[in-house]
Design a protein around this ligand. Structure first.
Ligand code: NAP
Length: 330
C-alpha cells in the first residue's frame, strides 16, 4: 500500500519533489484496533506551517514520516468494541491507503444525509472555523457590513453565507472572475472583488462598501489586510483567521503601522485557532447541519480523484485552483 512522506522542508513555494511515495505492508489490527481504508483526504493551507521546523500551536511534520491531515476512512476490519466493519470514521490520520487506529480522536460519521466529504469541509474544520470566527470573535450583528478575503475558498465561502443568513451586507475578495460570479450568483454575496484585476484594493473596497466595513474576516493577510484597514468603521472587528499570501514568503513584507488606527477607531483585532472552541464543536456542527438541511447554506467543494494526486491538490491551494473545500477522493 502507498504512503506519502515529507521528503524536504520547502523553502518558498512547496514542490511535488518535497513529497515521497513509498510502498509499505498493509498493517493488521491488534485487539482494540481497527483497520481503516482512506476514502477522502483534506488538504489545507495550515499544513504549510507544519512543514517548517518551528514551534507552533501544532507539532511540525517530521521528515521522512507520513504527512497527516483530516481524513474520512472506512473500517474494513474491526477488533474494537465501538466500531464495526463498514463504519466511516473521521479525524486526523496519515496519508496512507490503509492504517490501523485505536480510535482515539476519531468520530463516527454517516453518509445518509450529506456526502462523506462534507465532514472535511462545511461540517468539519473549515465550517467550524467560519462559524466560530465570525460569531465568537467577529460578533457579527444584523445590518452590519462584512468583508471576507479568500472568499471563494472553504472557510471564506461559509463565512460569507453565514453573513447573509445573519442579515448583513457581504463583500468577498477572490482571485478570478469566475469565483467573483460564483460568490454573487450562487452564494448571494452583495458584491465581490477580483484582487488579481484590482490595482487599488482600498478604493475597490470603498466602492463596494461606501459606508465602511464593520467586520473583516481575514484569510489572506498582507496587502489585503492593509486595504481592509483603510475602510474599517469605528468599533470594527478584524478576525485574523489566516494569512495564506504570506505562507510561502521567505521574507515577510512590512506594512503600515496600525496602532493609532486601532485606538482612534476602537477596533478589535484578534487571531484564533479553531481548536480554541473545541468544547463547543457540537453546537457548531448542529447549527451548520441545520442551515445545510434548510438550504440556507450551500456546500461547495472541489474534489480531485486519486491517492497519487494528494500532494498536487495541496500545492494547488496556493494557486487558487479550488472553489470551496479542496478534497481528494481516494
Ligand atoms: P481555501 O480558501 O479553500 O484555499 C486557499 C485559497 O486561498 C485559494 O483557493 C486561493 O483563492 C487563495 N490564495 C492562495 N494564495 C493566495 C495569495 N497569495 N493571496 C490571496 N489569496 C490566495 O483554504 P481554507 O482551508 O478555507 O483556508 C483559508 C484560510 O483560513 C487560510 O489562511 C488558512 O490558513 C486559514 N484557516 C485558519 C484556521 C484557524 O483555525 N485559524 C482554520 C482553517 C483555515 P484565490 O483564487 O481567491 O486566490
Amino acid at each position: 500500500m502507498k504512503t506519502i512522506l515529507l521528503k524536504n522542508r520547502p523553502e518558498g513555494k512547496p514542490q511535488t519533489s518535497d513529497f515521497e511515495f513509498v510502498e509499505r505492508d498493509k498493517p493488521s489490527p491488534k485487539d482494540g484496533e481497527v483497520l481503516l481504508e482512506t476514502k477522502y483526504v483534506s488538504v489545507d493551507p495550515y499544513m504549510r506551517g507544519r512543514m517548517r521546523d518551528e514551534k507552533s500551536y501544532i507539532e511540525p511534520f517530521k521528515l521522512d514520516e507520513p504527512i497527516q491531515s483530516a481524513i474520512v476512512a472506512e473500517v474494513v476490519e474491526s477488533k474494537h468494541e465501538k466500531f464495526q466493519k463498514g463504519d466511516f470514521l473521521t479525524g486526523m490520520l496519515q496519508w496512507k491507503e490503509f492504517q490501523t487506529s485505536n480510535g482515539k480522536g476519531l468520530r463516527k460519521v454517516s453518509k445518509d444525509k450529506v456526502s462523506l466529504s462534507a465532514y472535511l469541509g462545511v461540517l468539519g474544520m473549515t465550517g467550524l472555523t467560519a462559524y466560530f470566527g465570525l460569531t465568537r470573535i467577529g460578533e457579527l450583528k444584523e445590518g452590519e457590513t462584512l468583508l471576507v478575503s479568500g472568499a471563494a475558498g472553504a472557510v471564506g465561502s461559509v463565512v460569507g453565507q453565514i453573513g447573509k443568513i445573519k442579515g448583513c451586507k457581504v463583500i468577498g475578495i477572490a482571485g478570478t472572475d469566475e469565483k467573483v460570479e460564483m460568490l454573487k450568483n450562487e452564494f448571494g454575496f452583495d458584491d465581490a472583488i477580483n484582487y488579481d484585476k484590482t490595482d487599488d484594493m482600498a478604493a475597490a473596497i470603498k466602492k463596494a462598501a461606501p459606508d465602511g466595513i464593520d467586520v473583516y474576516f481575514d484569510n489572506v493577510g498582507s496587502y489585503t489586510l492593509d486595504a481592509a484597514m483603510e475602510n474599517i468603521n469605528r468599533f470594527g472587528r478584524v478576525i485574523n483567521c489566516g494569512a495564506i499570501s504570506l505562507y510561502n514568503e521567505t521574507e515577510q513584507p512590512t506594512g503600515p503601522r496600525l496602532e493609532t488606527k486601532i485606538v482612534k477607531k476602537s477596533l478589535k483585532m484578534q487571531g484564533f485557532i479553531v481548536r480554541n472552541f473545541e468544547e463547543d464543536f457540537e453546537e457548531g456542527i448542529e447549527q451548520l447541519s441545520s442551515w445545510l438541511k434548510s438550504g440556507k447554506l450551500k456546500h461547495e467543494e472541489t474534489i480531485v480523484e486519486g491517492f497519487d494526486e494528494i500532494p498536487q491538490a495541496f500545492l494547488d491551494l496556493f494557486d487558487g485552483k479550488n472553489k470551496g473545500k479542496m478534497v481528494v477522493k481516494v
